[in-house]
Design a protein around this ligand. Sequence first.
Ligand code: ZN
Length: 191
Amino acid sequence: MKIYELADDSVHDLLKEAISAYHNMIGKLEIKFGLIRVTSVDKKGEPDEKPALKSSSGHAAAAQISLVSKKDQLSKNYEVEILFDGPMWDGMTDKKRLAILDHELTHIEIAKDKDGHAKIDDLTGKPKLKLIPDQFHLWGFLDIAKRHGEDSSEVANMRSMAINHGHLFGLETGTPPAPKDELAPDSSSDS
Ligand SMILES: [Zn+2]
């Protein structure tokens, strides 16, 4: 079972911080957000260890974002909803919480027509929003990486991330080591 609660002011303050630091467009459009804390509880109503939120692939998610339909906006009075896992949230530093909110906000974009112009909502006069998917996900099975190596998406995706963006993940080099026989010959010869 799950318990849903409206988030307290500290979460709204962090959201404001993320918007003013990283999401100018969202700030300018004055988009209204609903923030909801979700807790998975057992039959006695005590929080259990289960994840409160799951991604479409079944993985535990710290937070989830959705656009509120026109119909639901009548009762909710906000346009975008962010759910977050309450117990997970409690165990995090504010810096991690900020990163999570920044992540969710990065899913929001202005919807464009085929000529690249913003689609406008006739009723509000504001641009229409859409959600974009994550730029990458590194999911898979270690056994598949072992069994199929380069032919598995596990290895291919991880390798491509390491080569192209390794520095973001604290990896020393973005290029794999060259095979031995292609290395330049040692020039420190004393003959
Ligand atoms: Zn995401």
